[in-house]
Write a protein of this length. Structure first.
Length: 97
């Protein structure tokens, strides 16, 4: 479906067909910038990923403190001292696979 953008103040908007609004129960939407373009999806139906991200954001200070304490733990230091467990030289290109 191709829709034309309309001007709303200094912004642009797209009007969604009422059938889609009803079908997906839209009142709020997430708008995400993806590698393939823009993704618009219902905000009222949180995905597991978004629920997890919000939980991490809410508890990030305690999470960072926990990570720091574990990073300084002698067993953690010994574990990553072994060549087989050291990932500091791993290239980011492995993420693209």
């Amino acid at each position: 479906m191709i829709k034309k953008l309309i001007s709303v103040g200094n912004s642009k908007a797209v009007i969604l067909p009422s059938e889609m609004v009803k079908k997906y129960g839209l009142e709020k939407v997430f708008i995400e910038d993806t590698n393939d373009g823009i993704l618009i999806r219902s905000a009222s139906h949180n995905s597991n990923l978004h629920v997890a991200i919000e939980k991490l954001r809410k508890h990030k200070d305690s999470l960072y403190k926990r990570m720091e304490s574990q990073a300084n733990n002698i067993n953690t230091v010994k574990y990553y001292a072994k060549d087989a467990n050291n990932f500091s030289e791993a290239g980011l290109d492995i993420l693209d696979e």
